[in-house]
Design a protein around this ligand. Structure first.
Ligand SMILES: *[C@@H]1O[C@H](CO)[C@@H](O)[C@H](O)[C@H]1NC(C)=O
Ligand SMILES: *[C@@H]1O[C@H](CO)[C@@H](O)[C@H](O)[C@H]1NC(C)=O
Ligand SMILES: *[C@@H]1O[C@H](CO)[C@@H](O)[C@H](O)[C@H]1NC(C)=O
Ligand SMILES: *[C@@H]1O[C@H](CO)[C@@H](O)[C@H](O)[C@H]1NC(C)=O
Ligand SMILES: *[C@@H]1O[C@H](CO)[C@@H](O)[C@H](O)[C@H]1NC(C)=O
Ligand SMILES: *[C@@H]1O[C@H](CO)[C@@H](O)[C@H](O)[C@H]1NC(C)=O
Ligand SMILES: *[C@@H]1O[C@H](CO)[C@@H](O)[C@H](O)[C@H]1NC(C)=O
Ligand SMILES: *[C@@H]1O[C@H](CO)[C@@H](O)[C@H](O)[C@H]1NC(C)=O
Ligand SMILES: *[C@@H]1O[C@H](CO)[C@@H](O)[C@H](O)[C@H]1NC(C)=O
Length: 614
């Protein structure tokens, strides 16, 4: 019964389909049978009603056509010869070039068949009520370059396939929808989408970090990411783009804004973002008033107020250390004081608008375990000097690894004191300051220890002042010296967990008294975590500790040495997420203090005070 009723209908359907396929252009077929039914939604639509074979093709609203040979179909007005041609729709050499129906009361969904319009260049369907998701097939269209789906009800993820269009894409706008998830990344790491001018993903529900790949799209003129849930820092490379319009407002961005020509309107509504405008007011002007007599600029911080430009310029220096990113000088002031000057390598510091906020941030950091930055000088040729207290004592590296007669014995109480101070300094950087900062270069050479075994970290946050290529040299050095977290490939990705890893290695270095380093290329360098693992397996754990530790304690278990070893191994766990935070490290080290603290305060070893010039 049912079959006999259906059969004639089915037959009619097939007949109709066959007829349309052979008698109209493929695009007309798609438009009538796939696209129109999908976007028309429930109600009839006056504009879409014109898409009808009883209406001349030129009068179908919102469509522009092109011939296979690339010449456009001229339908400009009623005087054009095509205007009333009722058979034009059958011409197989005609293809849809653009579909433009803004504010057309469209509802329904975007059909995947849009991708089959092989000449479709522009798709403008903004200000409608289209819902559902963006079909992934759209990324497979062969000519699509200009997309505006703004102000609709689209939801779900933006398909990553959209970046298949990268090379020809001129504009992509999905402003004001309900799209969510991460903004997809191009599959090719170095994609530059060199024709893309407009990128508008504003007013959606996107989450995750700033889409860094945008900084490689050098042609961009307008970027709008406003009104989403994006978080984390805004990459400084953004200033390398030549943008006319930028809107990052109403997100959850943090950190300090890279300097740019854009004002607060571009960044408002990010509660934890320090804009350059915040910083600019007091950049130099409120720092003891400015020396700017064509000689350069001096920015003074707490404890450095008495320094003058002349002091700095007249200081006589001697080189203490050279690193990939700068040279450290010990400099005598005219008044007899001493300062440490770090001259940043040429080209190290990025543009001034980015540099100054970071320097101001570093200049505010004060903690007993961190060597304070007292002043900053920028010369008229752009040379940059960071001015610190000069501490004449030794690096932890020297104390641990460079034998010298009369060197104080580093018993467990002293090593514990040093480790705890370093941990507190790092915890302060990671969580106790307004804008947390990653140290980025934790290593025993960057810990200075005075005669009272007070340890202080230096070099914190300096990677932020470097161009990526120079910053990445820190990684290369950390790798050969064993402090590099396995997941860390680019300095811009360093974070508190990579600091924790480096601290774990440093703690092993303190406990074992051996230099870390994986390559084995230099004598005496060892993979400290591997050494500990082997010792644990072979049940010789007690033999890995430095002899000076073991000699001075009653029991490695009761004095917290074994606990410290476990903690260190936890810090250098290969998987970043299982590493403890520095706050947890501080807590655990405080809970497992050595019992005999009198070893720490033995007067014989506390000879002279620290020389602080300020
Ligand atoms: C096309 O237009 C004709 C004449 O106005 C109308 O009868 C027909 O129903 C329309 N076809 C469709 C599919 O809308
Ligand atoms: C209408 O268009 C068709 C296909 O391009 C063409 O073959 C035909 O000559 C045109 N008719 C008129 C009257 O212009
Ligand atoms: C727009 O669509 C709604 C239903 O979706 C309909 O009620 C309304 O009449 C339409 N307006 C116009 C101008 O076509
Ligand atoms: C991407 O660029 C980097 C440096 O700019 C280069 O080293 C790398 O080989 C490039 N990768 C690809 C897949 O082109
Ligand atoms: C940025 O977008 C917000 C809405 O998200 C808007 O209020 C603000 O005016 C825009 N700013 C600029 C500079 O376009
Ligand atoms: C911003 O981040 C905070 C904490 O990370 C979170 O509680 C808040 O919901 C976020 N706000 C938005 C608008 O995403
Ligand atoms: C600094 O050096 C210049 C020239 O070398 C000298 O004239 C000046 O007196 C010096 N200033 C101080 C404070 O020593
Ligand atoms: C600190 O410096 C003084 C003088 O330079 C030196 O005698 C002393 O050994 C140093 N202390 C340490 C712990 O290296
Ligand atoms: C504690 O250390 C001091 C100095 O190293 C040592 O003289 C003393 O015997 C130690 N006391 C105990 C109970 O181990």
């Amino acid at each position: 019964m049912a079959a006999s009723l259906l059969s004639p209908l089915l037959l009619a359907f097939f007949t109709l389909t066959v007829i349309t396929v052979v008698t109209v252009s493929t695009d007309v077929d798609l438009i009538l049978n796939r696209i129109k039914p999908s976007i028309v939604g429930q109600s009839p639509n006056l504009l879409l009603n014109t898409w009808n074979t009883s209406v001349p093709l030129c009068q179908w609203r919102g469509l522009k056509w092109i011939y296979t040979n690339g010449s456009p179909l001229a339908c400009t007005d009623m005087s054009s010869p095509q205007w009333s041609n009722l058979t034009l729709f059958k011409d197989p050499s005609l293809h849809l070039h653009s579909l433009q129906l803004p504010s057309a009361n469209l509802s329904g969904t975007l059909p995947p068949e849009l991708a089959e319009l092989s000449f479709l260049h522009s798709l403008y369907l903004s200000v409608n009520s289209l819902s559902g998701s963006i079909p992934f097939e759209l990324g497979y269209s062969s000519s699509l370059s200009d997309i505006d789906l703004g102000d609709n009800l689209l939801s779900g993820l933006v398909p990553a396939s959209i970046w298949n269009l990268c090379d020809r894409l001129i504009s992509i706008r999905v402003h004001k929808n309900m799209l969510s998830g991460f903004i997809p990344e191009p599959a090719l790491p170095n994609a530059s989408c060199s024709n893309l001018l407009y990128f508008d993903f504003g007013q959606n529900e996107f989450s995750g970090h700033f889409p860094e790949f945008l900084t490689g799209f050098k042609a961009l003129r307008e970027v709008d990411l406003s009104g989403n849930h994006l978080s984390g820092e805004i990459p400084s490379e953004l200033v390398g783009l030549n943008l006319d319009k930028l809107n990052l407002s109403y997100n959850n961005f943090t950190g300090v804004l890279p300097g740019s020509k854009f004002g607060v309107e571009s960044f408002e509504g990010n509660a934890n973002l320090k804009t350059r405008a915040d910083e600019e007011d007091d950049e130099f002007e409120d720092n003891g008033e400015v020396d700017e007599n064509g000689e350069g600029k001096l920015m003074l911080f707490e404890g450095g107020e008495h320094l003058t430009l002349e002091d700095v310029l007249n200081a006589t220096g001697q080189v203490m250390e050279k690193t990939s990113y700068g040279t450290i000088y010990k400099a005598k002031l005219a008044d007899g004081g001493t300062i440490a000057l770090r001259l940043l390598r040429e080209g190290s510091c990025k543009d001034v608008g980015f540099c100054f906020p970071v320097i101001k941030q570093l200049g505010r950091i004060r903690h007993e375990s961190l060597i304070p930055l007292r002043a900053f000088y920028q010369g008229k040729r752009g040379e940059k000097l960071l001015i610190y207290d000069y501490l004449k004592n030794k690096t932890l590296h020297e104390l641990l690894h460079e034998p010298q007669p009369g060197k104080p014995v580093l018993n467990w109480a002293r090593r514990h004191k040093i480790a705890l101070a370093i941990a507190k300094g790092l915890a302060h950087l990671h969580s106790s300051i307004e804008t947390p900062i990653t140290h980025g270069n934790v290593r025993s050479r960057n810990v200075l220890v005075d005669d009272f075994f007070v340890a202080r970290l230096t070099d914190f946050g300096l990677y932020k002042l470097m161009v990526p290529a120079v910053a990445d040299e820190i990684i290369a050095a950390a790798k050969s010296d064993g402090y590099k977290a396995p997941e860390l490939q680019k300095m811009k990705n360093c974070n508190s967990r990579t600091d924790v890893y480096a601290f774990g290695i440093l703690l092993l270095e303190i406990l074992l008294g051996k230099k870390p380093g994986k390559t084995g290329s230099r004598d005496g360098f060892v993979d400290l975590p591997a050494v500990v693992k082997v010792a644990v397996l072979e049940e010789t754990t007690m033999e890995v500790f430095d002899l000076d530790i073991v000699k001075g304690i009653r029991s490695p278990m009761e004095d917290g040495v074994v606990q410290a070893l476990k903690l260190a191994m936890g810090c250098c766990a290969p998987v970043a997420s299982v590493r403890p935070t520095m706050e947890e490290v501080v807590k655990q080290l405080e809970e497992s203090r050595p019992r005999n603290r009198s070893a720490l305060y033995s007067p014989a070893e506390t000879r002279s005070g620290m020389d602080t010039p300020f």
